[in-house]
Design a protein around this ligand. Structure first.
Ligand code: AHR
Length: 496
């Protein structure tokens, strides 16, 4: 087997924490994400609470998802919350104009979403409608959710079965308002944000964390304008969306399951751009907020491929391969390494849509390779960030080079150190010599996700082709840690 060498230095001299909210998820009214995803037909032979699928809930609880963003996405700016409360049979029907033009029957609304969040033991993150809703509509939604007064909307919530305020805290003020959320300029949106935010009130024990609708990938002007025009105290975070498109072209994104090494390489080049994009947005934010009070919230990220052949193209259903696991591992390392500014992120989109954690087919479900990465990386949630310096060999294809290895590290409350390592090289294992400064440890163990081919997937026929295995390729070598990182693998080490 071909091998190359790299080195890492990890030191215990950072004050930053990796927020658990970096490991957040996104569920939009899109395709089979909610309907025939989380929320299923009464007749489906699976365990349910109301119409919520409990096998999905159990699987997601295992990986500790810290927050769930809903109802969109583009859907958020055409969603009217009053359509989704009260007796289901009486709820109005609408056309989901963004996603396949299907009929939305509103059977999954505010109460159903918050019941799901409770079952998942996760924090709700609601995106309000700024694009086609009114200030009053958004303001009343928050009152409905969080107030305990005797106002009419609060009485309505009580009549609909929830006596206590929900205490929702994460609040998106619109979504992609430069595009599907209203085609606004950054200047116009920042004024709108201030107007909507002024009426998005805090209620007792329910302080809102308002998140401004952010830039499209490298639109730095958007972030600059928002940071300049909106006072820091008015927003908890500014969002940003960046998707990895394999070909880099929206018209023909590339297949989820059939791709060459050269296409894989280009996909990883596009994935690694997240580091540059986050760094540049963060540098702009530093100018206006040197104390880093405002979070950069990457509330949509992931690989976006062509839909699976034979499926509704408006449903964005795609398979999930070993490549996608490498994308997830790499992106989460990038976020961990920027945890002083990136305090929240949401993978798009949990079930049956884009880079999903879980795919379902009738009563069957499969955990994707991406799910396994979130499982392995959950150890970083709320852990102390450790500084990391990495010297990686190159991974070279068609004369172009990227670093083969990326990594991040943290120390949890019990003192255990976790190092997550990704080797993007499809052929060469990498030997890594690691120096640990200011860290006492005696033993190492680890887990790995890898597969024979980067195109390998879990299927309904073979659901466990890719699964987490024990990793024995790390050992203590004097004071150093030496790791032999197999080609195309993600490894998480635990040092005790
Ligand atoms: O995640 C799919 C879509 O991508 C979202 O609805 C939108 O916000 C983005 O363009």
């Amino acid at each position: 087997l071909a091998q190359s060498n790299g080195s890492i230095t990890i030191s215990n001299d950072s004050k930053a924490t990796i927020s658990r909210h970096i490991y957040g998820q996104f569920a939009e009214h899109l395709g089979r994400g909610i309907y025939d995803g989380f929320w299923v037909d009464k007749t489906l032979p699976v365990k349910k609470q109301d119409r919520i699928r409990l096998d999905l809930v159990e699987a997601l609880k295992k990986i500790k998802i810290p927050n769930l963003r809903w109802p969109g996405g583009c859907f958020a700016d055409e969603y009217h919350w009053r359509d989704g409360i009260g007796p289901a049979a009486k709820r109005p029907r609408m056309v989901n104009s963004n996603w396949g033009g299907v009929t939305e029957d509103n059977s999954f609304g505010t109460h159903e979403f918050l019941e799901l969040a409770k079952l998942l033991n996760t924090e709700p993150y609601i995106a309000g409608n700024l694009g086609s809703g009114t200030v009053d509509e958004m303001s009343k939604w928050i009152e409905y959710l969080n107030s305990n007064s005797t106002s009419t909307v609060v009485q309505q919530r009580k009549a609909n079965g929830h006596a206590d305020p929900y205490k929702v805290s994460f609040w998106g003020v619109g979504n992609e308002n430069w595009g599907c959320g209203g085609n606004m300029t950054a200047e116009y949106y920042s004024n709108e944000f201030k107007r909507y935010a002024a009426f998005a009130k805090d209620y007792p024990n329910a302080k809102l964390k308002k998140i401004a609708s952010g830039a499209n990938s490298d639109d730095y002007h958007w972030t600059e304008t928002l940071m300049k025009n909106i006072p820091n105290w008015m927003m908890w975070g500014v969002s940003m969306h960046y998707y990895t498109i394999p070909t880099g072209k929206w018209e023909k994104k590339g297949s989820a399951t059939s791709f060459s090494e050269s296409e894989y390489f280009n996909t990883m080049v596009n994935c690694l751009r997240m580091d540059e994009i986050v760094s540049k947005h963060a540098a702009i934010m530093d100018k206006y907020d040197p104390e880093k009070k405002v979070a950069l919230v990457v509330d949509e990220w992931g690989v976006w491929t062509d839909p699976e052949p034979g499926t509704n193209p408006g449903f964005l259903y795609q398979q999930n391969s070993m490549r996608d696991a490498l994308i997830a591992g790499t992106t989460l390392n990038i976020f961990n390494n920027h945890c002083d500014r990136v305090k929240m992120a949401e993978l798009a989109q949990t079930i049956n849509v884009l880079q999903a954690l879980i795919l379902t087919k009738k009563e069957k479900m499969i955990l994707t390779p991406t799910y396994h990465i979130f499982d392995m990386y959950k150890v970083h949630q709320d852990a102390k960030y450790l500084n990391i310096k990495l010297n990686s060999p190159d991974y070279e294809v068609d004369g172009k080079k990227i670093p083969a290895v990326n990594a991040s590290a943290s120390q949890d409350a019990s003192g255990k150190v976790h190092i997550s390592l990704v080797n993007l090289d499809t052929k060469n294992a990498v030997n890594i010599s690691t120096e640990l400064k200011g860290i006492d440890w005696k033993a190492v163990k680890g887990t790995i996700l890898t597969s024979a081919n980067i195109t390998d997937v879990n299927t309904f026929e073979q659901p466990n082709k890719l699964q987490i295995q024990n990793f024995n390729g790390a050992k203590k070598d004097g004071e150093k840690l030496s790791v032999s990182l197999p080609a195309k693998s993600v490894v998480v080490l635990e040092l005790n």
